[in-house]
Structure formats: C-alpha cells, structure tokens
Ligand binder design. Structure first.
Ligand code: FAD
Ligand code: DHB
Length: 395
C-alpha cells in the first residue's frame, strides 16, 4: 500500500486544477482518472470563464496560453421580440468574461502535470473509496491487471455527476435537490467565423438559441431542442436553417455556415447535493452540483470549489488548522445556490416552455426590464460575471 497526502478522483478540470494548486505548495497528490488523456481532452464543453476563474488559472501557473489566445469579452447581446440589446458587463460590474475552451484548459493542466513528473493515473478502473470517517481513508483502483491501494489524509471527489464519490456516501447522510428541465441543447462546433464579436442569447418563439465561439475562426452554437431528440435528426443543414430562423435579421443575414466538427445533445438539469463534506471526503464541481448551461456557470463553480478546498487543505498542512476545511461545505454551497438560482432563472427567461402566450409575454417584459432599467441590467450582469463574495450568511 502506498501513502499520499491527498487522493483526487477524476482528472477533469476540477481534479487537475486542485492537484496543480496543491502540488505548487508542496502537497503530494495522486489523480485517478477513468479515461485516457485524449478522451478527456476531446470532450467539448464549457467555453466561457468568469474572471475569478481566469485569476485562479493564472495563480496555478497554467494561464499563459489562455492570456495569449483567449478572447476577453466586455459585453453580450440579448435578442428578443425582434430587437437586440447589448449588456455592457464591464461598465455595469467592472468585470469582463474570457472565452477560452474547457478543452484548452484541460490540455494546459495536463501539460503542467506531465512537465512536473505526472501524478495522474489515466485509465484507473474500479476506483473505490474506503473508511472516509477514519483519519486514514483509502482509495483502491485497478490499472491493467494490477490492483492498487493508496492511504491518504483527504479524498477529493472531482469525478463529475456520474462518478463514484457521491455514490459512496450512505443515502441517509446526503440530501439531493434536483430539477430536470423539459428540453435539451443541441450544440455544434464549426470552423467558421462567429456571427458577431460577442455572445448572443436569443429568446425566440421557435425556442432558445445561443451564439458563442472558441476563437475568431471557430464558432460554437446551441439550439433548444426536445429532451428526447436524436442527433441523427439534425444534419448540419437543418441546424443552420433553424439557427438562422431564430436569429435577428441583421445576424441571420451575416451567418457563415460550414461543416460541423462536433455535434452533441445535452440535457438541462439543476442538481445540488448537500453537504459537500463527509468525514475526509470532499465533493467538488459537478460531483456535487449541476446547473443548466444557460448561465455558463458549471466550470466556474467547479473552479470556485477548488479555490475554497485548496485554501482549506493548505491551511491544514501549513498551519495545522482545520477551520477552513470545516467551513468548506457551507462556503461552497452559498455560492452554488446563488448560481443555481441564476442559471434556473436565466433558463426560464430565455427558453420556450409551452405555447402559452401569457408565459412568453412575461419573459419579454422581464427582458425589457433588463434592457431599460439600470437596476435590472445590473442585477443580471452581477450574476452573469459571477458573485465573488461568499455571502456573509453562509450557513
Ligand atoms: P467533469 O468535467 O465531469 O470531470 C470529471 C472527471 O472524472 C471526468 O474526466 C471523468 O472521466 C472522471 N471520472 C468519473 N467517474 C470516475 C471514476 N469512477 N473513477 C475515476 N474517474 C472518474 N460551464 C461553464 O462554466 N461555462 C460554460 O460555458 C459551460 N458550457 C457548457 C456547455 C455544455 C454543452 C456542457 C455539457 C457543460 C457546460 N459547462 C459550462 C459545464 C462544465 O463543462 C462542467 O461544469 C465541468 O466540466 C465540471 O468539471 P468537473 O471536473 O467537476 O467534472
Ligand atoms: C458557452 C456555453 C454556455 O452555456 C454559455 O452560457 C456561454 C458559452 C460555450 O460553450 O461557449
């Protein structure tokens, strides 16, 4: 049996970022990831970072390429009722957002690990967690045909929504809150210039649409679609026609189309598990919470969890105090619930739920309030760029 200070389950953005921050400060970690590095880097997901996430990646020493290649955005467009309105995030909040793909963050983190003697076990199978209520919990796993056992001080469950960490917690110790939204998103990635310089969120009678990007020559577009829809129903031409139909005229006319290089359907779900700590096991990122992607909060919440947990673990090793670790769950959950509320609210504001005209008129009235009222715009912008402060009334 080997010994390590922190065992991290999952080599997605949460797991690798936590490991990177801890190793920079002399804490020994091992990361156990079920898939190959190539597989994890191939998953097209988030693309929009809050500035606090940008800062954390820089603090972790993996921000250089992001600062060179990422696109800082000071605003976004809301399109509804045949008009468009620009929300000036920077003047309303003092903050911008950064366009930089999760795949690139994943590569930067994996490169940093490889350069410093790699503590990531790719293709770790049958990962299991033991004795989380003792001071020396253990993790077992298989690689190839060999069984391994690692004893540690702490386990970080960074293994996403379908991981083993949350499942290891006895049901009586965990409360799950969930809402499954009655539609999904079909997303397309294509090597074509984005239709506009900033992101466009569209409320349309035919359903929601989002125009995003990965670079000046690579676009990412999403459309609301039925929950049980199949990707085979969406040849590229149908996707582009439907996007054009939902966009305001000035953008529809300028849309450049091309062959998709990735296409996938994602469900929209709100989910929170609480608390986020069980003995020596800490849940991080998607393992503890999922938000519908509308507010671009998932990866940013995961990074915020990592910041709070890394501070707690470092305080334990450097000063012998467990105070921050004891506060981890409450501090993280306060932010999680704010982001869950915002993501849910922004989803209800922009998606088509039914044919009911009353509900649609209410959406338009609320969007109009954001467009016309300084208070409405500020409340939206503050939530969108990320609420930095942990609310004082964290439970
Ligand atoms: P994951 O990325 O899920 O990583 C978990 C890792 O654990 C995986 O590599 C998995 O293989 C591994 N694992 C699982 N089980 C095991 C096991 N038993 N043993 C070992 N390893 C295991 N967020 C944003 O902030 N901004 C956006 O713009 C945004 N857009 C999105 C768009 C889409 C279409 C989707 C689907 C998501 C989007 N998100 C966005 C959400 C974001 O991608 C996630 O919140 C983020 O990936 C969470 O990171 P994580 O490391 O916690 O979990
Ligand atoms: C992206 C995804 C989102 O959910 C969002 O709100 C903004 C951007 C993206 O993948 O680029």
């Amino acid at each position: 049996m080997s010994k390590i200070q922190v065992a991290i389950i999952g080599g997605g953005p949460s797991g690798l970022l936590l490991s990177q921050l801890l190793r920079l400060q002399g804490v020994e970690t091992i990361v156990l990831e079920r898939h190959t590095r190539e597989h994890v880097e191939g998953r097209i997901r988030a693309g929009l970072l809050e500035w606090s996430t940008v800062d954390l990646l820089n603090e972790a020493g993996v921000g250089a390429r992001m600062m060179r290649e990422g696109l800082a955005h000071d605003g976004l467009e809301l399109a509804f009722d045949g008009r468009t309105h620009r929300v000036d995030l920077r003047s309303l909040t003092g903050h911008s957002m950064m366009v930089y793909g999760q795949t690139e963050i994943q590569k930067d983190l994996a490169d940093a690990h490889a350069a410093s003697g790699d503590h990531v076990v790719w293709e770790a199978e049958n990962v299991a967690i033991h004795d989380i209520h003792s001071r020396r919990p253990r993790v077992t796993y298989t690689r190839g045909t060999i069984n391994h056992e690692v004893e540690c001080d702490f386990i970080a469950g960074c293994d996403g929504f379908h991981g083993v960490s949350r499942e290891s917690i006895p049901k009586e110790f965990i409360t799950l809150h969930e809402r499954i939204h009655p539609f999904g998103w079909i997303g397309i990635l294509a090597n074509v210039p984005p239709v506009a310089g900033e992101l466009i969120y569209v409320n349309h009678e035919r359903g929601f649409a989002l125009c995003s990007m990965r670079s000046r020559s690579r676009s990412r577009y999403y459309l609301q679609c039925p929950l049980d829809d199949d990707i085979s129903n969406w040849p590229d031409d149908r996707f582009w026609d439907e996007l054009r139909a939902r966009l305001p005229c000035e953008h529809a006319n300028g849309l450049i189309t091309g062959s998709s290089i990735e296409k996938s359907i994602a469900p929209l779900r709100s989910f929170v598990a609480e608390p986020m700590r069980f003995g020596q096991l800490f849940l991080v990122g998607d393992a503890a919470h999922i938000v519908p992607p509308t507010g671009a909060k998932g990866l940013n919440l995961a990074a915020a969890d990592v910041r709070v947990l890394s501070e707690g673990i470092l305080e334990y090793y450097h000063r012998g105090s467990e105070t921050l670790l004891d506060e981890y769950s409450n501090r993280a959950l306060a932010r999680v619930w704010r982001a869950t509320r915002f993501s849910w609210w922004f989803t209800t504001l922009t998606h088509k739920f039914s044919e009911e005209t009353f509900a649609h008129r209410l959406q338009l009235a609320e969007l109009d309030y954001i467009a016309e009222s300084a208070a409405g715009a500020k409340a939206f912008a503050e939530n969108y760029v990320g609420l930095d402060e942990t609310p004082r009334q964290a439970r």
